[in-house]
Design a protein around this ligand. Structure first.
Ligand code: 5GP
Length: 120
C-alpha cells in the first residue's frame, strides 16, 4: 500500500515547533513527548521525525538508521520514565479500524497503573 503524508497533522506541527510539547527525549531521528490527554500516570508518545503515516509505512520505507533510532528511543523513554520494573504497554494505532486520530506514526507508552485488558 502507498501512503500519502499530510504535513498539516498535529505532530508535524509539533516537529516544526508550531505547537508546544513537553519533550521527554529527542534523538537524531525521533521525538518523545507527553500526551496532552494522559490515559495513565505515564503516557508518552514517541514519533519518528520523518514523514511516516503509520507503523507499516515506516517499516516499509524508513532507513535502517531511522528504525534503529526509533526503537532505541522507545526503550530509552521506558528507562527514563522508570517503568520497566512494574511494566508498561506499547500501542501503535493505525488507520480507520485502528482508530488512529493523528496520521503521523506514534507509539503510546502507557504505564504507572494496572492497565487492564487490552482489547475494547
Ligand atoms: P491516536 O488515537 O492517533 O493513536 O492518538 C493520538 C494521541 O495524540 C491522543 O492520545 C491525543 O491525546 C494526543 N494528542 C492529540 N493532540 C495532541 C497535542 O497537540 N499534543 C500532544 N502532546 N498530544 C496530542
Amino acid at each position: 500500500m502507498s501512503y500519502v503524508y499530510d504535513d498539516q497533522n498535529i505532530f508535524a506541527k509539533i516537529l516544526r515547533g508550531e505547537i508546544p510539547n513537553t519533550t521527554v527525549l529527542e534523538t537524531e531521528h525521533s521525538l518523545a513527548f507527553r500526551d496532552i490527554h494522559p490515559q495513565a500516570p505515564t503516557h508518552v508518545l514517541v514519533i519518528p521525525k520523518g514523514p511516516y503515516v503509520c507503523f507499516d509505512h515506516f517499516a516499509q520505507t524508513a532507513s535502517d538508521a531511522e528504525i534503529v533510532d526509533y526503537v532505541r528511543a522507545v526503550g530509552e523513554v521506558c528507562k527514563l520514565e522508570g517503568v520497566e520494573a512494574d511494566g508498561f504497554r506499547l500501542i501503535a494505532n493505525a488507520g480507520k479500524n485502528g482508530v488512529q486520530d493523528v496520521p503521523h506514526l506514534h507509539v503510546h507508552i502507557l504505564a504507572g497503573r494496572l492497565l487492564g485488558p487490552m482489547l475494547a
